[in-house]
Design a binder for this molecule. Structure first.
Ligand SMILES: Cc1ncc(COP(=O)(O)O)c(C=O)c1O
Length: 447
């Protein structure tokens, strides 16, 4: 049985900690001007593979932010209101649209799948074909009790005839709702005491071995990813490069997906998304952008940063820290970059490699930091206002944070960089919240 884990790197500590309200960056980890050192060829080769999503396309909306004066009653966003243009001018048309009012774009990845979050669909985009191409039968992963990641793995595996085994932190809820419910319906969900869950790597490895049994095998996802890269060089079919036993119906071949798909293979789909967004008819390659995303593990933000740098785009990636500390996110960034470079460094120029190691993402505090998962008074009403004025659903745990930052930046950047929020999804998260925050869901009729 073969099992491999990527070692945690220890790392750079303090750097940039900026207040969310004043989002001017003096020392930027990501560059604000065109780098001229991007490697489109490298990215094209990396993306020349099989995908789960038929196309990288996504809808893009533009939100106009207006400030009303005295006569308007102040709402939960003060006197701001939002209006959605669901068919904005993109490509060259964006330059004509001379930023004379505050606005931001929303990449509607929340619309990719009814049950799978947008950023999960991206993470699984490159990862699922690796599992399929290598005859993996079973997948083991883990997450919190309302884990969008676990639900996404369960649904996506079921769609492909793979078995999913989901280790969920804590005690089973009295009533399953939201992502917890979806995980239980589509996958084999097991609730794990917090003390065991604290040692995730051991927990995942033990469970994978248990599922594989004595006749099966556990294959590291990093091996599958590496083989898929080597395959470009050697042109051998991937399956011929992996030491795979012949499978019969009852022999299991198991792979582990880290919590939140925090694996190098999980970066591929996000790189594909950025490649798509940088096409001339979307945002192009020359327009300075500030890309805003909400962060749980931080994997999506790191994927955006790696892609922007490899493509030489003048894009800054700004991530709102929701579930970890600044140091935790920097560690994750370093680990993923190291893992990515382990497989890809040989194809990249030294300057790109240096810049990847220098730091990619602006990690920002939420204005009202709180223990992860907590909702504050007035936040459900903010979601209600956004939904009623734009038709877009955000949730108070994740995407509201990105919306708030995009709103702030759009007012600061009138005439400057365009602001682009990646809507990561989270719709079903709303359906798990009312159970825990009953009073917040007794909403007034008007916002
Ligand atoms: C809506 C939403 N946004 C963001 C995230 C976090 O993404 P990442 O772990 O890549 O930072 C999640 C994770 O579950 C999520 O559900």
């Amino acid at each position: 049985m073969r099992l491999e884990f990527v070692n945690k790197q220890s790392l750079i500590s303090v750097a940039l900690r900026k207040d969310f309200h004043s989002c001017k960056f003096s020392s930027s980890p990501q560059v604000a001007k065109k780098l001229n050192l991007g490697d489109e060829d490298f990215v094209s080769k990396l993306l020349d593979r099989r995908w789960a999503l038929a196309s990288p396309e996504t809808k893009i909306h533009q939100i106009k932010v207006s400030r009303h004066h005295k006569h308007k009653q102040a709402g939960y966003f003060g006197n701001l209101s939002f209006k959605n243009n669901s068919n904005p001018l993109l490509g060259d048309g964006m330059l004509e649209n001379s930023n004379d009012h505050a606005s931001f774009y929303v990449v509607r990845d929340d619309l990719l799948h009814p049950l799978v979050n947008g950023n999960k669909a991206r993470k699984l985009d490159g990862l699922l074909p690796l599992l399929e191409d290598n005859s993996i039968t079973d997948v083991v992963t883990c997450g919190g009790c309302q884990s969008a990641h676990a639900a996404a793995v369960a649904v996506s595996c079921a769609e492909r005839g793979l078995n999913s085994h989901l280790l969920l932190r804590g005690e089973p809820p009295e009533t399953a709702t939201g992502y917890g419910l979806i995980s239980m319906i589509y996958g084999n969900a097991t609730y794990v005491p917090r003390t065991l869950y604290a040692k995730r790597e051991t927990m995942l490895a033990n469970h994978a071995e248990f599922i594989a049994g004595s006749s099966g095998s556990v294959v590291a996802l990093s091996d599958l990813f590496e083989a898929s890269i080597t395959n470009h060089v050697s042109k051998k079919p991937i399956s011929a490069q992996i030491d795979a036993p012949r499978l019969s119906d009852n022999i299991k071949k198991v792979s582990i997906i880290n919590e939140g798909a925090g694996d190098a293979a999980g970066l591929l789909g996000t790189i594909r998304l950025v490649h798509y967004l940088s096409r001339d008819h979307i945002f192009g390659k020359n327009q300075p952008l500030k890309v805003v995303v909400d962060s749980g593990t931080g994997t999506t933000a790191v994927g955006l940063g790696i892609a922007a740098l490899c493509l030489g785009l003048p894009w800054e990636v700004t991530a709102v820290m929701l579930a970890d500390t600044f140091d935790g996110y920097r560690n994750l960034e370093q680990r993923l970059v190291t893992e990515f470079l382990r497989f890809c460094a040989f194809s990249l120029c030294a300057e790109v490699v240096d810049r990847l190691n220098d730091g990619l993402v602006h990690w920002l505090e939420r204005p009202h930091p709180r223990k992860f998962g907590n909702v504050l008074k007035g936040e459900v009403e903010k979601c209600q206002q956004i939904a009623q004025q734009t038709g877009i659903l955000v949730d108070p745990i994740y995407t509201l944070a990105a919306w708030e930052l995009s709103t702030t930046l759009s007012q600061e950047e009138v005439g400057g960089s365009k602001i682009v929020m990646l809507h990561t999804g989270g719709t079903l998260g709303m359906f798990g919240l009312a159970q825990r925050y009953k009073p917040f869901f007794r909403l007034s009729e008007k916002v």
